[in-house]
Design a protein around this ligand. Structure first.
Ligand SMILES: [Zn+2]
Length: 263
């Protein structure tokens, strides 16, 4: 028994990833690009050997869900699952015609053997944004994944939602030094590498065991580089004298990331 995770694309140009077990899969956000890119991503899902039961959507920004991706989801009959406020923003932005595709939940829901909990996170003004905690029952134990894609701050509630995760999906948007040098509009809505390191440290401090894997994503093109977030996290844990027991994977912007298997 295991759970698997793969990012298909990650960043302001588009986000889509898949979490799955032996029985079913959940897409997490779905905005791979044009309609051809959307179809290609759904083909990747089939190649992974699973069928997606739904798309969990964190918020209505176009790099997480958009008119292209909704059209393809409707074509294949794949429902969108999100907070009622996110649903309202999706239909306001992309058309009421998609309302029938969307199922909403406030706190917790069950889908295809997964239990999904959500909590609101602070992101961009006017956009209700969720983080997810997802539990999948296995033969001998439960597996837990948590997903924090777009946020600019975190609270005790968020650390508690992420505690004891086997897999943590977390944004590490920008390096503070590069941001100072090059600047980037919108970076104030996202976690810096240092904030991501502090988030991970907070989660580990509240967990009985550290995550097995951490998928870092939503890296800024101008103000980050793939080697920087893992180095920042390592330095942070070193400073706090906490051994780092998990592996970090950085999700590429426009290509599939590593296949992460949690046994
Ligand atoms: Zn966003």
């Amino acid at each position: 028994m295991s759970i698997k995770y793969r990012s298909f694309c990650s960043g302001s140009g588009g986000n889509a990833s898949l979490l799955w077990n032996w029985a079913a899969g959940l897409l997490i956000d779905f905005a791979p690009g044009c309609q051809r890119d959307c179809r290609a991503a759904l083909k990747e899902v089939r190649l992974a050997g699973t069928a997606a039961a739904a798309v969990l959507v964190t918020h209505a920004h176009g790099d997480h869900i958009n008119a292209n991706s909704l059209k393809i989801l409707r074509e294949v009959g794949l429902p969108v699952l999100c907070h009622p406020e996110v649903a309202r923003q999706i239909t306001r932005k992309y058309g009421a015609a998609y309302a029938g595709l969307i199922k909403t939940f406030e706190r917790t829901t069950e889908i295809a053997g997964f239990t999904v909990s959500q909590a609101r996170v602070q992101h961009a003004p006017g956009y209700y944004t969720s983080a997810f905690g997802i539990t999948a029952a296995g033969a001998s134990r439960n597996y837990k994944a948590s997903v924090f894609t777009d946020l600019n701050a975190f609270t005790e509630e968020h650390l508690a939602l992420a505690a004891d995760s086997d897999l943590l999906v977390l944004e590490a948007n920008h390096d503070l030094g590069l941001l100072e040098r090059y600047g980037h509009p919108g970076s104030e809505f996202h976690l810096s590498n240092l904030q991501a390191a502090s988030f991970l440290h907070g989660v580990c401090a509240r967990s009985r065991r550290q995550p097995k894997a951490v998928a870092l994503g939503h890296l800024s093109e101008d103000c980050n580089a793939p080697h920087l977030p893992p180095a920042e996290i390592e330095a942070y844990f070193g400073k706090k004298n906490l051994p780092m027991k998990f592996k970090t994977h950085v999700s590429p912007r426009f290509a599939p990331g590593a296949l992460i298997t949690i046994k």
